[in-house]
Design a protein around this ligand. Structure first.
Ligand code: UDP
Ligand code: MG
Length: 311
């Protein structure tokens, strides 16, 4: 199988017929491909429609969730069921354009591992969606070191092996390009079409902003410190320890040479707090070291990804 198209769908009954028709029209020149629609616990007629579409279209797989687990879970399930060497993800709501897929694949032929769609002319409200997204993309690019204009665009193409080295949790689907970088993927982006949502309703609003920030912290942590958590916990701990002893030193100095009452000195309390926090942080770092070893050793997860071995 050359190509798998993975589509998360939640209550998209009004869009699926047109989506599948256009998709198969675009892909008709490809000889081996499959389309996997993950029905993320839709409560409308999506599943019945998909069952019916399966009778008309070849290689249309449907993975149905028992209830709504979210877009990340849907994509993750799609990846697990995909057999293609290249996996293309796409929204079910017709905001992405299936006609862009051949262009993405062409870019993949230029030896890229990940090609990310960039909704250059994004058709969503400015204040509520586009502005937060501009800021988020800037931040994510800076912090992860993977510079993309549009992390949030679902239309992306991946070489299958780049998706095999990490698990997705929460809402981490937005960070997949950054996560693939861990295994050395070469990443590029291309401008793609984007249309306003015509039918059905968007599942996201401003409320997710704070989650993106927290997810970003998680991703940064996983990318930089997952195999040596003590380095981050310990670093903050050592800074605290230093500040603690500095405060304590000043307190003792003031007592000995200026005769300034120790218990009346706020720095004494600061030093207690700093030293206490430092101990806690370093201990936490050690616990994290134990859990990361448990993770890698019990699950047999290597801390590297091999490209090839010549022997
Ligand atoms: N989606 C999903 N599960 C959810 C929410 C969304 O599978 O819990 C799908 C949805 O059907 C669509 C895609 O994820 O295909 C993007 O969702 P949406 O269009 O609501 O997001 P937006 O384009 O507004 O960011
Ligand atoms: Mg949408």
């Amino acid at each position: 199988m050359d190509l798998s198209i993975v589509i998360p769908a939640y209550n998209e009954a009004d869009n699926l017929q047109e989506l599948i028709t256009t998709l198969y029209e675009v892909l008709k020149t490809k000889h081996s491909f499959e389309v996997i629609v993950v029905d993320d616990g839709s409560t409308d007629a999506s599943y019945d429609l998909l069952k019916q579409l399966r009778t008309q279209y070849q290689n249309l797989k449907v993975v149905k969730f028992r209830t709504n687990f979210g877009q990340t879970a849907a994509l993750s399930a799609g990846f697990k069921h995909a057999c293609g060497d290249i996996i293309v993800t796409l929204d079910a709501d017709l905001q992405n354009d299936p006609h862009d897929i051949p262009m993405l694949l062409q870019k993949m032929d230029q030896n890229y591992d990940v090609v990310s769609g960039w909704r250059k002319n994004r058709q969503d409200p400015f204040l509520k969606r586009r502005l937060p997204s501009i800021i988020a993309n800037w931040f994510i690019s800076k912090i992860t070191g993977v510079h993309l204009h549009d992390y949030g665009c679902t239309l992306k193409a991946y070489r299958k092996e780049t998706l095999e080295n990490f698990e997705l949790y929460g809402e981490l689907h937005r960070f997949i390009p950054a996560l693939t970088q861990w295994s050395g993927a070469s990443i590029t982006e291309v401008p793609v079409n984007h249309f306003p949502r015509r039918r059905g309703k968007s599942n996201y609003g401003l409320g997710r902003t704070y989650r993106v920030i927290l997810d970003l912290i998680t991703v940064k942590f996983l990318m930089s410190f997952s195999t040596q958590p003590i380095h981050i916990f310990g670093a903050i701990g050592l800074v605290n320890l230093l500040l603690g002893f500095l405060c304590l030193g000043i307190v003792i100095f003031l007592k000995l040479y200026v005769d300034f009452n120790m218990t009346g000195n706020p720095l004494l309390y600061a030093s207690i707090l700093f030293i206490f926090t430092a101990t806690q942080l370093i201990m936490m770092g050690l616990l994290a070291e134990i859990s990361i070893r448990t993770y890698h050793e019990t699950l047999n997860k290597p801390i590297y990804v091999i490209d090839c071995v010549l022997d």
